[in-house]
Write a protein that binds this ligand. Structure first.
Ligand SMILES: [Zn+2]
Length: 230
């Protein structure tokens, strides 16, 4: 299985050639996109054959994780292509705007029900953010990745890491940050307690956590358009 980071910034991209939250996970004959933030569509077209994408998982409905779905619908129309969207049903106008399109086949997901997407098994975990957010564990054969979406540290993270090879985590805020995201200190603690390899993502445009991780070989700051073998 492999992970390609298409966009790593939130709540908006850094100036220049950058994008917000979007990741491509590939394994066997399956390709799954995790979130679709601003600037990610062009990169997704570069990284994958859209006709071979099995679906898109959406962790939560903040704009920096979803808004590229809107122009993506024009492309689906032009390609005469349907796309599965794995997302938890919500009663909200933004949910209706995003997903109310005939080319989207929306699959309602929940923490109590794993689903199969091609060769992948997807298991969902409740996270803790300013709006409802699901993390997803992506498993293929004996490999697994866990993506947190946006979250504070919470009691579901360690259970989700059981048997997980790579943690793609919203943990790039500086120590002492008090908003609804994890910090570099959370990343170090999780890595220390579990040994799991961490890709630290959801970077603020003005802060790069690289220096914090120089003594932590198990933690890397996400690099856009880099592919990580799992
Ligand atoms: Zn968010």
């Amino acid at each position: 299985m492999k992970l390609t980071v298409l966009g790593k910034y939130g709540p908006y991209p850094k100036e220049g050639d950058h994008a917000s939250s979007c990741y491509l996970v590939q394994g066997g004959s399956t390709s799954l996109v995790l979130d679709m933030g601003p600037g990610s569509l062009s990169r997704l077209m570069q990284a994958a054959d859209l006709r071979k994408i099995n679906g898109i998982f959406i962790s939560h409905l903040h704009y920096d994780h979803t808004s590229e779905l809107l122009p993506f619908r024009y492309l689906l129309e032009d390609m005469n292509l349907k796309m599965k969207i794995y997302v938890r049903r919500e009663e909200s106008p933004w949910y209706d705007i995003l997903f109310g399109h005939p080319d989207f086949e929306v699959i309602n997901v929940s923490p109590s029900s794993p689903v199969t997407a091609g060769d992948f098994k997807l298991t969902f975990y409740e996270m803790k953010h300013t709006v409802p957010c699901l993390g997803v564990k992506v498993q293929q054969e004996d490999k697994a990745l866990f993506y947190t979406g946006d979250t504070l540290f919470n009691d579901n993270i360690y259970p989700a890491l059981n048997g997980t090879d790579l943690l793609l985590a919203d943990c790039s805020k500086p120590a002492g940050f008090t908003g609804p995201h994890m910090t570099v200190e959370n990343a170090k603690e999780i890595n220390g307690n579990t040994g799991v390899r961490i890709i630290s993502t959801h970077l603020s445009p003005g802060y790069d956590p690289d220096d914090e991780y120089k003594d932590f070989p198990g933690i890397e700051t996400a690099r856009e358009m880099k592919t990580y073998e799992i």
